[in-house]
Design a protein around this ligand. Structure first.
Ligand code: GLN
Length: 246
């Protein structure tokens, strides 16, 4: 009995964080951001972030249930701060402003902003050409912040869904959309020749997983898992799988 007890003790200690795990995590995301998260043909949330969070949690808390909850992008941080969700993964850039309200894990992807225009647009080629133009962004994103702070636009239209903004470029209602580079590339592909990306804006941003403030223990365990998944090539493989599938 004593032997069994010490065996169990060693097991618990060696599992580290898992020993105090809750075995059930609600993960918020906004599946309007391919290839990081989108609704697949079966109506399931799929994408790079879904595979990453599942791989991370399989290490952090093996056997735990990971429930994905869909919400607006700008609802993710309030949902973390009010405890409605435990984790947010949504191609979310780890900005200093957001760090005031949430904790971030280490980065798992480096992003830039991209300028997307109609395929026949010859006028907009650089960020300077955005002055005086009608620009669409996804509400509350770093693209929104960038345009608001740096571009003297004629108008900035804020959309819930990046794709709706892209469709307004196609329809001629917007001159350009400023959105993260990977979804921009995915939207160019899904609009089948009707749009193009003309320039990248180096905003020096990285995606990280967001947690409620003070999640030190969970954050450390997730960082270890991310390091392991980076070192063994899993993160790269997940990114490549969805980048080429798009
Ligand atoms: N990376 C951008 C941000 O964090 C966009 C994220 C998104 O729209 N899902 O604001």
């Amino acid at each position: 009995m004593k032997k069994l007890f010490s065996l169990v003790l060693v097991l618990i200690l060696s599992l580290g964080f898992a020993a105090m795990a809750r075995a059930d995590y609600t993960v918020g995301t906004n599946p309007e951001f391919p290839p990081f998260e989108y609704m697949d043909d079966n109506g399931e949330v799929a994408g790079i972030d879904v595979d990453i969070i599942n791989a991370v949690m399989a290490i952090v808390d093996p056997g735990a249930k990971v429930d994905i909850e869909v919400m607006a992008f700008d609802a993710l941080i309030p949902s973390l701060t009010t405890g409605k969700i435990d984790i947010a993964i949504a191609g979310m850039s780890a900005t200093d402003e957001r760090r005031v309200s949430v904790d971030f894990t280490d980065a798992y992807f480096k992003a830039t902003q991209a300028i997307l225009v109609a395929a026949d647009n010859e006028e907009i080629k650089t960020v300077d050409d955005l002055a005086g133009k009608k620009i669409g962004v996804q509400m509350g994103t770093t693209g929104d912040l960038y345009v608001t702070d740096n571009v003297d636009a004629a108008a900035v239209d804020r959309y819930d869904k990046g794709l709706d903004a892209v469709q307004d470029v196609v329809a001629g209602r917007l001159d350009a959309v400023v959105i993260d580079n990977a979804p921009a590339a995915a939207f160019v592909q899904s609009t089948e020749g009707k749009t193009k990306v003309v320039a990248a804006i180096e905003t020096d941003e990285v995606y990280a997983i967001a947690l409620p403030k003070g999640s030190d223990e969970l954050c450390a365990a997730m960082n270890e898992a991310l390091a392991q998944l980076t070192a063994d090539g899993t993160i790269d493989a997940i990114v490549t799988k969805f980048m080429t599938a798009e």
